[in-house]
Design a protein around this ligand. Structure first.
Ligand code: MF3
Ligand code: CO
Length: 250
């Protein structure tokens, strides 16, 4: 069942989303060579707490951190570690869920440490174009899989792959709600999108093969062939005529 959000739910999700968007912007100056992903996670969590947000990823199954931080060939669910120290050339993705009065927002931003490769810049740009295009597309009356098809079409046209093993999702009082929103598929299928639905849209794309493997930590995913992976994410709510992005500042 897809839960339709009322005004109170949307207000709380927007509050969480704006705080998180501010935190992931402010952290930019700290994403530099020499810092560990553990330190970045701690700084973000401290800012969340200071601003009245909970971190529902912490304690989700065996997961113990507020954020997921993935480098280079890492894609989603990178576990923060004191041993993972950023170096020049790293392509960093930070994914965080925050909740306010139990209502969640989920977003992912990317960062470059020093100079990165042209491929890193391009794959990041294509992921961002795919996300922005979905935001332009979504309005009441489209079919859910129109989102999936649009992402796949944009990404594959550029010669990149879309990850099959992870998907975007509905979001509300739980950060993973129905429906699942894959980044590939045929258009015109699935439920009709209606006002009040809230989605986390998250293109996850790869330089070469779209296949990923999970590391022994049980969480960190990497591309199978070591190619780069990009990931961007925003939480959106469907309005009467389009969408409101809850995780971007005006
Ligand atoms: N932010 C992730 C998502 O978009 C959820 C991470 S679950 C965790 O689905 F437990 F790994 F944090
Ligand atoms: Co998500």
């Amino acid at each position: 069942m897809i839960i339709i959000k009322n005004k109170l739910a949307i207000d709380n999700m927007r509050h969480a989303g704006h705080i998180l968007a501010t935190i992931l912007e402010d952290i930019r100056s700290q994403v530099v060579a020499g810092v560990s992903t553990y330190e970045l996670d701690s700084m973000i969590e401290a800012q969340m707490t200071a601003n009245g947000l909970q971190a529902p990823c912490k304690g989700y199954g065996t997961y113990r951190f507020a954020t997921c931080i993935s480098l280079n060939d890492g894609i989603v669910h990178g576990v923060p570690s004191k041993e993972i120290i950023l170096k020049s050339g790293d392509f960093v993705k930070i994914d965080v869920v925050g909740s306010y009065k139990s209502y969640c927002a989920d977003l992912t931003r990317y960062y470059f440490v020093g100079e990165v490769s042209a491929t890193a810049r391009r794959i990041a740009e294509v992921a961002q174009i795919a996300l922005d295009s979905v935001i332009e597309l979504v309005r009441p009356g489209i079919k859910l899989s129109d989102i999936s098809a649009l992402v796949q079409q944009i990404v594959e046209k550029e010669g990149f792959g879309v990850v099959r093993d992870f998907a975007g999702h509905g979001i509300g009082q739980h950060f993973h709600e129905e429906p699942s929103i894959p980044n590939y598929g045929k258009p015109g299928k699935g439920p009709i999108v209606t006002e009040g639905m809230a989605f986390a849209i998250e293109p996850m794309i790869t330089e070469k093969s779209f296949e990923v493997r999970i590391l022994p930590d049980g969480w960190t995913a990497k591309t199978i062939d070591g190619g780069l992976a990009a990931h961007v994410e925003d939480t959106i709510v469907v309005t009467r005529t389009g969408v409101e992005v809850l995780t971007r500042l005006a």
